[in-house]
Design a protein around this ligand. Sequence first.
Ligand SMILES: C[C@@]1(CC(=O)O)C2=NC(=C\c3[nH]c(c(CCC(=O)O)c3CC(=O)O)Cc3[nH]c(c(CC(=O)O)c3CCC(=O)O)/C=C3\N/C(=C\2)[C@@H](CCC(=O)O)[C@]3(C)CC(=O)O)/[C@H]1CCC(=O)O
Ligand SMILES: NC(=O)c1ccc[n+]([C@@H]2O[C@H](COP(=O)([O-])OP(=O)(O)OC[C@H]3O[C@@H](n4cnc5c(N)ncnc54)[C@H](O)[C@@H]3O)[C@@H](O)[C@H]2O)c1
Length: 353
Amino acid sequence: MSIPVDADHELPGLLSWRRSVAVSHWHRHGRLRSATADTADCGRLGISFGNSRDDFSPTFGRDQRARLMAPNISSLSGGSLLLAWQLKDKTVLIIGGGEVASGRIESVLVADALVTIISPLTGLHPLTRRFVDADRITYHDRVFSGPDDLVGVDMVLTAIDDVEKSREICALCRERKIPINVADIPKSCDFYFGSQIRSGPLQIMISTNGQSPKLANIIRKRIEQGLPEHAGEAIEKVGALRSKLRERAPGVGGEIGKRRMRWMVDVCSSWDMDELALLDEDMMAILLDKGWEKNRVPKLEEVGGQPSKRAPKTAPAQIPAVVLPSALGFSSALHVRHCSSSPAAAELPASEV
Ligand SMILES: C[C@@]1(CC(=O)O)C2=NC(=C\c3[nH]c(c(CCC(=O)O)c3CC(=O)O)Cc3[nH]c(c(CC(=O)O)c3CCC(=O)O)/C=C3\N/C(=C\2)[C@@H](CCC(=O)O)[C@]3(C)CC(=O)O)/[C@H]1CCC(=O)O
Ligand SMILES: NC(=O)c1ccc[n+]([C@@H]2O[C@H](COP(=O)([O-])OP(=O)(O)OC[C@H]3O[C@@H](n4cnc5c(N)ncnc54)[C@H](O)[C@@H]3O)[C@@H](O)[C@H]2O)c1
């Protein structure tokens, strides 16, 4: 798998990576993928990719596919790589204890990181102070002491009011190939943070590539207003359905993988988000029996769902035109554009190969 970092260190939630990326080809699903990338590779490297296109389907027409296969390479520059960085059980060192540090601590705790904080108790912001006794956090009441503090560390985040010290820490990290973010010096950042939206497994990051954090914050609020109400629950349910499908039809790649993906794409595209959010264990079992086994997509009613129980529909998601797919870091397959499925479109056949 082509990875945007030196191959000799493993990458350990939502960040935009600043170094250059080697890309082998456009995956047919519109994702940037290297020829050999698979889930196991991603797990080993601790990275998951998001979709950079607003929709994809094996039922794409030839023109659409041709466009995906032939990107305008000269337009592929000037951005950063959007990833959902996997930090579970990785050690993240946070230097500084002000308000900015407190936000960083929250962000890495959400990602299940092990956190070490180095910052004198006297200067701790109340928002940071509440973390010092928490599980998963090791706190040192002192200033940064030098290279020894970097032993065994997978990522460093500095948020201190001392620019020279920040630069010094950055140099030490780069010598050791430890990815670092320095809150007040973009040039000393290997990756930037972004404005985040979280709803269960749904994670959206808005990045302006360092140009305007405040506008990222404002755009985030507008996106939040436009999101489908049940997106987070729908994603959770689809995640459970995908696990059950993999138990029923195990195997990586090959024909079974293609068939699984086609069926999941058809289910997600033909059911509304609020219908998917209603799925329970029994309904999933029926959906697999009547749908997967028979290579079709049953309606909600057919798997025991009651449309009357459906949450009232909110207005269709109106994502502001400024929100381009390439500006979002999705780690769950969220179709920002509303799926055009109609409840009237009963019994959809799973797509042909
Ligand atoms: C998104 C967010 C995430 C987070 O921090 O978690 C974030 N900054 C946020 C807020 C914010 N930061 C600042 C203001 C004051 C208004 C203003 O300056 O615009 C406000 C707004 C406020 O306070 O309301 C000051 C500031 N920020 C940076 C510098 C240094 C510099 O630019 O040189 C200076 C001092 C500039 C100076 O001295 O003049 C640098 C960075 N800030 C970034 C992220 C990265 C690029 C993000 C992107 O690409 O969009 C980057 C490059 C590095 C990094 O931090 O990773 C979070 C909003 C979260 C939310 O509310 O949703
Ligand atoms: N990236 C962003 O979004 C953003 C936003 C606002 C401010 N900033 C910048 O980030 C920096 C931190 O902001 P803040 O408001 O949290 O700062 P702050 O001044 O409130 O806190 C700084 C903290 O760092 C600690 N500290 C100082 N030197 C240290 C050292 N050598 N080792 C360990 N701890 C040390 C202090 O004790 C204090 O707890 C500032 O330089 C600020 O300009 C960045």
